[in-house]
Design a binder for this molecule. Structure first.
Ligand code: ADP
Ligand code: MG
Ligand code: ZN
Length: 618
């Protein structure tokens, strides 16, 4: 069988995605290979398919037990013999698995990095024929990344101990140059092919919402997405407790995850989420690494993360199956303060001296600023993210809250001038709130204390709503007409460009959302119905909706029998495709994306029966 045969037979797919084929070919030629592709792009197949074609065993190094379990579960479901060797096994189980490995039972074995150089394992590996070492989540070798794992440094030592050097392949979603260079250097790759694919995830919708009551907004969102599974990220443990508690009181099935819970509760809650027993996970950023759940339909952020890297990583946990999914950030200006405190109190870099720590803080504040600008910008959000990572996007993606909002050009010259004038006349000493309150003519103790009620600009913009003044202030920051300091007081300062604002005849126009007939920003054109479509296919009819729910029910039943997460039985995408194709026999069923031979033999008939019954009496 060739690579296409394997792709179809075991994984049920007809075609490779963009970089997959080149990576696979390169490995099969016996050359070292690095694949840098975003989450959900399909990195696993890039080493699993060669593993099934090469003579000998492929060892996959993976950082987390949950990841290994998931992947091995998936492979077993697809009819591939695979095993994992890590600390979750008892001594007995470990030796049993190793025994079977020695007999050549497994073409693919997942190993925890710290196991590699143990005596038993080395003894096995030296006497077996190791065709490839595939390093998954390879950024873990780099100290630059957020997930550095010292045990990953053992990989090279292990490879050095083998009698014959295997092919070494490495995969990650982390794109920075430092990390990529580290992977090549530290793993000592020999003249590797490095393939990087674009970082755009076009099935993800991006949205930013600034709302008064964030909890209410999130609750509404869940109301509208009753059957979907998703994650709600909060900034603090306290927020997690609050949001999760209120959701439960309001009758939603939600569970929680943060570092303050016992290991046992964390494990249980995580499993409940993965196995679709509880659809909604409320968590801090402690949750997510090692979650391969493919049917996460939304990732909501109750609060803004500390930088775009974290945001894209967290949001990117949505829609791994390639089906439409939504990532919405609910922003409040308080989040900036919370994150500033995190940065000030960061205890991570104890080994650095004070100067170096100050530099790190400065860098983190700069990143926070870029994150904050994401929440202010009226331009395409996807484009903003891609540019941040050094890619060229298009200015219009059509699938983010800004692209889907109608804007108008508004002349904000007067507001901008008043802002700059107020900052100048108060000698650049005050923060954003004082400046805005002054312009708006607020009568607060603080304003009186600072004597800002005597400032020539006091009340100059009394007729303009405060939020509008803030919008313009944000815009001036974004365009560098004004600058807000990074310290605790966040003082507004003038910049080189501020002068331009005060020049005679100068006009400043900005894009603002149209007020009266504003479309529902959050959802845009993506109604519930057209969610489950494949490119080039029509929308779901109500009958198909019903069919989908039926099939989903059957999937849950089977998952329970097999003791695997539902998405491992069939992905949402496969069920969707099944609803559209409506297969009535084996041949037709085998055309559904994600239905391979082995899975058909196992469950095909049950799904066919379910389809038949549903289609007979709709
Ligand atoms: P990554 O490790 O890059 O985040 P995975 O390897 O977990 O991504 O794959 C994500 C999803 O994409 C899985 O559900 C997988 O079955 C699916 N997939 C991978 N390759 C293909 C393909 N060629 N055609 C269709 N689906 C694919
Ligand atoms: Mg992966
Ligand atoms: Zn866009």
């Amino acid at each position: 069988m060739d690579k296409y045969g394997i792709l179809k037979k075991y994984f049920g797919y007809d075609t490779f995605r963009n970089a997959q084929e080149a990576l696979i070919d390169h490995i099969l030629e016996g050359k070292d290979t690095v694949g840098i592709m975003p989450t959900g792009a399909g990195k696993s197949l890039c080493y699993q398919i060669p593993a099934l074609l090469m003579e000998g065993i492929t060892l996959v190094v993976s950082p987390l037990i949950s990841l290994m379990k998931d992947q091995v579960g998936s492979l077993n479901q697809a009819g591939v013999h695979a095993a994992y060797l890590n600390s979750s096994l008892t001594m007995n189980q470990y030796y049993k698995a190793l025994g079977l490995a020695k007999q050549g039972r497994y073409p693919i074995i997942y190993v925890a990095p710290e196991r590699l150089v143990t005596e038993e394992f080395l003894d096995f590996a030296i006497n077996a024929r190791i065709a490839m070492v595939a390093v998954d989540e390879a950024h873990c070798v780099s100290q630059w990344g957020q997930d550095f794992r010292p045990s990953y440094l053992k990989i090279v030592e292990f490879i050095g101990r083998l009698p014959r050097r295997p092919v070494v392949s490495a995969f990650t979603a982390t794109a920075t140059r430092e990390v990529r260079d580290d992977i090549i250097d530290i793993l000592q790759l020999q003249d590797p092919l490095v393939m990087t694919t674009g970082f755009d995830r076009n099935n993800l919708y991006f949205g930013v919402m600034t709302v008064k009551d964030r909890y209410a907004a999130i609750r509404n969102y869940l109301e509208m997405h009753k059957n979907d599974s998703g994650i709600i990220y909060c900034l603090t443990r306290k927020q997690v407790e609050e949001v999760c508690g209120r959701l439960r009181e309001d009758g939603f099935q939600a569970t929680r995850y943060h570092a303050g819970l016992s290991d046992e509760e964390r494990r249980k809650n995580q499993d409940d989420f993965i196995y679709d027993r509880t659809p909604v996970m409320v968590s801090t950023n402690a949750f997510g690494m090692g979650i391969d759940k493919s049917n996460v339909r939304f990732v909501l952020h109750f609060g803004m993360p500390k930088n775009i890297e974290s945001y894209y990583q967290e949001a990117g946990r949505a829609g791994r199956d390639g089906e439409p999914a939504e990532c919405i950030l609910y922003y409040s200006s308080r989040d900036v303060v919370t994150n500033q405190l995190f940065i000030e109190n960061n205890q991570d870099n104890q080994e650095l001296d004070e100067t170096a720590r100050a530099m790190v803080r400065e860098r983190d504040k700069e990143r926070l600023k870029k994150m904050t600008f994401y929440c202010f910008t009226n331009e395409c959000l996807r484009d903003y993210i891609l540019k941040y990572f050094g890619e060229y996007g298009s200015n219009y993606c059509g699938n983010c809250s800004n692209c889907l909002t109608q804007f108008e050009q508004v002349d904000v010259t007067e507001i901008a001038r008043a802002l700059a004038g107020c900052v100048e006349s108060s000698r650049q000493r005050y923060g954003t709130t004082v400046i805005i309150d002054t312009l708006h003519g607020a009568n607060t103790a603080k304003i009186r204390n600072y004597r800002m009620d005597a400032n020539p600009y006091y009340g100059a913009l009394a007729k303009i709503p405060a939020y509008r003044i803030r919008q313009v202030l944000n815009y001036l920051q974004l365009e560098e007409y004004l600058f807000v300091t990074n310290d605790d007081y966040a003082v507004v300062k003038l910049t080189m460009k501020s002068r331009e604002l005060l020049e005679e005849g100068r006009q400043l126009v900005m894009k603002l959302a149209k007020e009266p007939d504003r479309p529902v920003k959050e959802r845009g054109s993506k109604g519930g119905k057209d969610k489950k479509t494949l490119p080039g296919e029509g929308q779901f009819t109500s009958r198909e909706e019903k069919l989908f729910e039926k099939l989903r029910g059957l999937r849950t039943e089977i998952a329970r029998e097999e003791k695997v997460p539902p998405y491992i039985v069939f992905s949402d995408k496969t069920l969707t495709h099944m609803c559209l194709v409506k297969p009535s026999n084996r041949e037709e069923m085998m055309r559904v994306s994600g239905v391979g031979e082995f899975k058909f033999d196992k469950y095909g008939e049950r799904f066919l029966a379910c389809l038949r019954e549903e289609l007979r009496n709709p």
